[in-house]
Design a protein. Structure first.
Length: 546
């Protein structure tokens, strides 16, 4: 039912996930892979509208328009291609585009398939750990949480990351399961391959996965399995070595090293409280809030679980998650904010603590059932009175959780898409016919920016606008003279014909741009100008390099 509801929402082209920015960037990057080729794209992320000429944006003098490496996080930015994250998650969407299905709704159905697979694998994992009843509660909690519903249709890495993470956790458990000939070698191979695949598509859960691997062995009393851990550590090491090789291929050794060091420093910096030992826990609080709002219900679940284990539990119940298991899931989820507290503030990082919170809620539900059985048995004394009180408290907490989850999921399903006041303008630009691949040169026409401080005088357009504009590149300027200068540079350096389209806020701005273009000898006279949304003006200039 949840999958069907999300599929219905995702069929609307304007209903993006909570990570709409990343979804749009995926569509733009896939267009580059499809049009230019995977190898020519260096298998790297290109989060910008496509036209053959924008390869020139990687050259000095034009890099201020490149939307790949962020100059705020890396000393080598801005650059055209993004190097700070594995691009493997683009492969399914690139294959879909190769099959002719490159629309946002089609890609979202693939993302939803990954998200549903993640819930199935989560159920199989929890069923082995705490039984099917508690597993069902855990999956319902996580499936309806904001951390899942908000990103289930995301075209970024989150759905595939979730599926591979739960698959890895399940494979680790299976790899240590006793059999007639000891643990399964086949399961161990699956663990290695899943760890490698996870590292190719995401950085988010790599630390989680390794902590889970080590912690599970310790929890099972297997001791220090150094050789096993080293063998499995080779999987993410090999995957990230490939990413480093890609970055060296693109940037060269000196810039690749500077990029890696600068990016890690920017994500590890303690800018939340200024205290190194406090920031990870502040980030963890933010992560819980991103997982479930209000997050104090998770805190209440933890307190309820601890009280029951400490004061009321009279006999072992396999449906109750063991304290060691809950602690392991908490430590695994906290590994990411411990190393990269700033990166942990991203809204999708609440998923890191999803297994921990799900185990807690499943524990509260199982403890409620346990105490209900004991209360019905009519045992007298303090334990019986405690059971009665606990039934009221735990029951009320589960009702509050259920109402919160259902209402939150309902709001997410009917929520409108991002507020893009200039979306009509972008669609009008997409409908303009040009002789060659269009490059949009904007001065004051668009108002939806990802960053106005990307490079001085050159705001960074929202990738959502570039998608709506036909996945064409939109280069923004504060100064008409800079527009004329950069268009002249593009014309000189272009290896293929392109069609510039100038967009201006109004007639006066368009006149200033035309004067600057004539003065720079880019054009000889005033081109035909059309009026668009809210008085905006657009002019398709003569094609360059014809």
């Amino acid at each position: 039912m949840l999958h069907a509801a999300l599929a219905w929402r995702s069929s609307d082209e304007d209903r993006w996930s909570e990570w709409a920015f990343g979804d749009a960037q995926t569509l733009l990057a896939v267009r580059h892979w499809e049009r230019d080729g995977w190898i020519a794209s260096k298998l790297l992320f290109v989060p910008q509208g496509h036209a053959p000429v924008i390869r020139s944006l990687d050259e000095p003098g034009l890099r201020q328009h490149a939307h790949g490496i962020d100059p705020a996080t890396s000393p080598v930015g801005p650059r055209l291609r993004y190097t700070h994250y594995p691009a493997g998650y683009l492969v399914p969407y690139a294959l879909l585009a190769r099959a002719g299905l490159d629309s946002a709704p089609a890609a979202r159905q693939v993302a939803l398939a990954f998200s549903t697979a993640a819930l199935v694998l989560m159920f199989l994992l929890f069923a082995r750990l705490v039984g099917t009843g508690s597993a069902l509660v855990a999956v319902v909690f996580y499936g309806l949480s904001h951390g899942h519903v908000g990103f289930a249709s995301s075209l970024a890495n989150q759905p595939l990351d979730d599926a591979l993470r739960f698959g890895f956790m399940l494979a680790v458990v299976r790899s240590t399961a006793p059999g007639p000939e000891g643990p399964s070698n086949r399961a161990s191979i699956v663990v290695w391959l899943l760890g490698f695949a996870l590292s190719l598509v995401s950085l988010d859960s790599v630390l989680f996965a390794f902590v889970w691997l080590v912690g599970w062995d310790l929890l099972q009393g297997r001791g220090l399995q150094w050789r096993r851990w080293l063998a499995y550590a080779c999987a993410p090491a090999a995957a990230h070595a490939l990413q480093v090789a890609q970055n060296v291929w693109y940037l060269g050794v000196p810039d690749a090293v500077s990029d890696i060091v600068g990016t890690f420093a920017s994500r590890h910096v303690t800018a939340l409280t200024g205290a190194r030992h406090v920031d990870p826990f502040v980030a963890a609080g933010v992560m819980l809030d991103h997982l479930l709002r209000p997050s104090f219900l998770i805190d209440a679940s933890l307190l309820t679980y601890v009280v029951h284990r400490r004061y009321l539990l009279d006999e072992d119940d396999p449906a109750l998650p063991r304290p060691g298991l809950v602690a392991l899931m908490a430590v695994a989820g906290l590994a990411f904010p411990l190393v990269l507290p700033m990166a942990a503030l991203m809204p999708y990082q609440g998923r890191q603590l999803g297994p921990f919170a799900a185990a807690l809620v499943a524990g509260v539900a199982a403890s409620l059932a346990h105490e209900a059985r004991r209360f019905r048995s009519g045992r007298p004394g303090a334990a019986g009175r405690g059971s009665a009180i606990y039934l009221v408290v735990a029951g009320g907490l589960l009702i509050a959780l259920g109402v919160t989850l259902v209402m939150g999921a309902g709001r997410a399903l009917v929520a409108p898409g991002p507020d893009l006041p200039d979306a009509p303008l972008a669609r009008q630009i997409a409908a303009l016919q040009t002789a060659h691949a269009a490059v949009i040169m904007d001065r004051g026409g668009f108002v939806s920016f990802q960053s106005i401080r990307w490079a001085p005088g050159h705001p960074q357009i929202s990738p959502l606008i570039e998608v709506l504009a036909g996945r064409r590149p939109v280069l923004c300027f504060d100064d008409p003279a800079a527009l004329a200068r950069d268009l002249g540079l593009l014309r000189q350096r272009a290896a293929a014909p392109f069609s510039p389209v100038v967009v201006a806020r109004d007639e006066e701005t368009m006149a200033r741009i035309v004067r600057a273009l004539v003065a720079a000898r880019v054009i000889r006279g005033r081109p035909p100008v059309v009026e668009l949304w809210h008085g905006r003006r657009a002019a398709a200039l003569p094609a360059c390099l014809e």
